[in-house]
Each structure stands twice: as structure tokens, then as C-alpha cells.
Design a protein around this ligand. Structure first.
Ligand SMILES: Nc1nc2c(ncn2[C@@H]2O[C@H](COP(=O)(O)OP(=O)(O)O)[C@@H](O)[C@H]2O)c(=O)[nH]1
Ligand SMILES: [Mg+2]
Length: 379
């Protein structure tokens, strides 16, 4: 057992160029303090290949090492891994879906990771198995947020009933979101009944995470900058609750006032979920005050939406959205990676910029070029 622990859980059987070894570093059972490079250099990279049955049985029995390896397989961009991962997903699919999926967003520093530490520990104390995932397209560039998260979730990351997985490397949001969805399903098959997904409150990642969770929580701070601290109405309309964090010490009164103000604003906004009034809450992730109430609200939400059918309808719609998302991703790559398109694109771009081609004419030229050169196109 000791030697088993020496092995890195995150390294795929065949480390390919596509596999970014900077990702997937710090799940439980990982090795804080030892860098991926040092682990790779220690010569224990070569690992026995697992059969599909071994993956399936390992995940279903909740084996954490195999769970980690299954996720690494699912995250890999190597063609051989993609095919194997699809077979694995097919086998695991009947065992997925039985969890509550909660997305958590907010600007960096709002306290999302600290909140997850508080909430995750509370849930584990109550007998839940909690998986924490991160969706952060920027983490391919910097590991800062991953390391930050790890230190914020110190106690949780040591618990046998919690599993923490940092953001996969995907380069583009689409890739990261697709992998995170599959990771979520693998965790469900391994028996995790609560999935917490942390996203950086920037760009389009909120929309991507909203489309994979049941409940979406926006973490805010009192008096940090202007009224909505750059949080646009659109994001407030995506969430099921806003939470003013850091309601402790000198900040407590201000946080309660901010909560009231958000509650007032929310009355004028479109709720994210049919039949549910978006709530405004306050808590301290450090003292834990207000944290149990968050879970109460989520429980109310689940009860209400399951009864009304909104819960199931959203999940079905999310599955279809996922299908179309993957088709779009495929078509996008097929188009822009096409050798002929890559060849003519710079010239056409130049033509548009100099006013020689109209945008419509340019699009038309590109599509014609693509169609001519695509052997499997029917028309
Ligand atoms: N006083 C106080 N500080 C907090 C609270 N939650 C988070 N912090 C601090 O805020 C900083 C950022 O927290 P972090 O969880 O990394 O934020 P994230 O970027 O949203 O994940 C850290 O220094 C935390 O200790 C809270 O409830 N009260
Ligand atoms: Mg964080």
C-alpha cells in the first residue's frame, strides 16, 4: 500500500504532448510540496495500464486512485485516450445524475474557495460525499489559483469523504467545460452526492458553469468598489442566490446592509429559475456564521424544483445544450484547422481589413473553400 501511495495519481499511461502536466496536480492523495516535474523525474511515471473493467469497477467502488486516473483519462486530449474515455463514460452513465450540483462564482478574492472549505466540511460532517471541481480556463497559464485553492481547502482536502480536483487544462473554455462535465459525472458514479464547482468570476465561464449545475451561487463582497463591483445584471440573472461573504468583524454590519440592498435589486431582475425567487444571503466563511443557512436554501430549492419538474427539465435541457456544444466545438475545429482554410484565411482577413472584400463576401469565400475541400460534405 505504501508503494501505491508513492505513485502520482494524475499521470496518464501515455504522457502525450497534448497532456498538460501542470494540470490535475492536487487532488486528495496527491503530494503537496512535490512538483509535477519532481514526481515525473522520480521515475515512477510508468504505470500499469488499466483495463476498461478495472476503471469501471474502481470508480464504482469509490477507489480514489482509480477515480483520479479515470478523470485524467477523461481530461486527456490524446486521440487514444479520447476513444477509451468515451467507452468509460458510456459504462458509467447509468450510475450518474444522483447528486446535487452547485456552481459557485464571484470575483477572485471574494472567498469562494474558503466558502467551499466551510460548506464542504459541513456537508461531509452530515454524511455527504463532496466533490469539488474547478472550471478555470486561465489555469493553463498560471497555477496560482490552483495553489491558492489548495491552501484554502486544507481540512477538506484531507478528508476521505471529500475529493478535490483542480481545473483541467483545456486552453479554451469549451474544452475545459466539456472535461469538467465529464469529471462531474465520473465523481457521481464514484458515489459523490454533492458536487461543488468553483469558477473564476470572469468572462464566459459563468455561463458554462451555469449550464452544468442545478443551483448557482454568486459570492459578493460588501462595499468592494461600486454598487455591483462590475457584476453585471446578466450574471445576477444567472444565479439562484447571491451571497455577501466576509460578514464578520468590522464588516458584519456593512455586509448585512449590502445583503438588503441586493435583495432589493433582485426584486427587479428576472429570476434564473422558474418558480424560485433568487435569494440574498450573508455569511462568514471564516467563522462559519450563515453557512448552514446556505445549505438550507439549496435544500429548499431542490425540494421545490423537483416537485415542480423544473429540476429535471433543466437537466434534460443541459444535456441537449451539451450535445450541441460538442457539435459546435467539432465544427469550429474542423473549420479552423482545415489546411485550406488555414492557408487562405490570412489573405481574406487582409482583404476585409483593407476594404477589398465585404465581410459577407469574405464569409462566403471561406465557406465555399471549406465545402470544396471537405470530402465528407454532401452538398
Ligand atoms: N474575514 C474574512 N475573510 C475571508 C472570508 N472568506 C475568505 N476570506 C479571505 O479572502 C481571501 C480570498 O479567499 P479565497 O477563498 O481564496 O477567494 P476566491 O478567489 O474567491 O476563491 C483569503 O485571504 C481568505 O482568507 C470570510 O468570510 N471572512
Ligand atoms: Mg478560489
Amino acid at each position: 500500500m505504501k508503494t501505491e501511495k508513492q505513485k502520482s495519481e494524475w499521470i496518464p499511461e501515455v504522457a502525450s504532448e497534448d497532456f498538460d502536466s501542470r494540470s490535475g496536480i492536487e487532488e486528495n492523495g496527491g503530494h503537496p510540496g512535490s512538483s509535477p516535474a519532481s514526481r515525473a523525474a522520480s521515475g515512477i511515471v510508468k504505470r500499469r495500464h488499466l483495463s476498461l473493467d478495472e476503471y469501471v469497477n474502481g470508480v464504482l467502488s469509490g477507489d480514489r486512485t482509480i477515480l483520479s486516473r479515470a478523470i485524467t483519462l477523461v481530461e486527456s486530449n490524446a486521440p487514444a485516450h479520447i476513444a477509451e474515455a468515451q467507452k468509460l463514460m458510456q459504462r458509467l452513465l447509468p450510475f450518474t445524475g444522483r447528486s446535487i450540483r452547485v456552481g459557485i462564482t464571484g470575483v477572485p478574492g471574494a472567498g469562494k474557495s474558503t466558502l467551499i472549505e466551510a460548506l464542504g466540511n459541513l456537508l461531509c460532517d452530515r454524511g455527504h460525499k463532496t466533490a469539488v471541481l474547478a472550471v478555470d480556463p486561465s489555469s493553463t497559464v498560471t497555477r496560482g489559483s490552483i495553489m491558492g485553492d489548495k491552501t484554502r481547502m486544507e481540512k477538506l482536502s484531507g478528508r476521505p469523504d471529500a475529493f478535490i480536483r483542480p481545473s483541467p487544462s483545456g486552453g479554451v473554455l469549451g474544452g475545459v467545460a466539456r472535461k469538467s462535465r465529464e469529471t462531474m459525472l465520473v465523481c457521481e458514479a464514484a458515489g459523490y452526492d454533492i458536487i461543488l464547482v468553483e469558477t473564476m468570476g470572469v468572462g464566459q465561464s459563468e455561463v458554462a458553469v451555469r449550464s452544468m449545475v442545478d443551483f448557482f451561487l454568486l459570492v459578493l463582497l460588501a462595499g468592494a468598489g461600486d454598487e455591483l463591483q462590475g457584476i453585471k445584471k446578466g450574471i445576477m440573472e444567472l444565479c439562484d442566490a447571491v451571497l455577501v461573504n466576509k460578514a464578520d468583524g468590522e464588516n458584519k454590519a456593512r455586509s448585512q446592509a449590502a445583503r438588503m440592498e441586493f435583495a432589493r435589486i433582485l426584486r427587479y431582475l428576472q429570476p434564473a429559475t422558474e418558480g424560485w425567487n433568487t435569494r440574498a444571503l450573508a455569511c462568514s466563511s471564516i467563522t462559519g456564521e450563515g453557512v448552514p443557512q446556505i445549505w438550507e436554501i439549496i435544500g429548499d430549492f431542490v425540494t421545490l424544483t423537483q416537485k415542480s419538474g423544473v429540476f429535471e427539465r433543466r437537466r434534460t435541457a443541459q444535456s441537449m445544450e451539451w450535445v450541441y456544444g460538442m457539435v459546435k466545438e467539432y465544427l469550429h475545429n474542423s473549420f479552423f484547422n482545415h489546411p485550406r482554410i488555414m492557408k487562405v484565411l490570412p489573405g481574406i482577413e487582409q482583404g476585409v481589413m483593407s476594404g477589398k472584400f465585404s465581410p459577407t463576401a469574405a464569409a462566403d469565400m471561406l465557406i465555399k473553400e471549406y465545402k470544396v475541400q471537405t470530402p465528407d460534405s454532401e452538398d
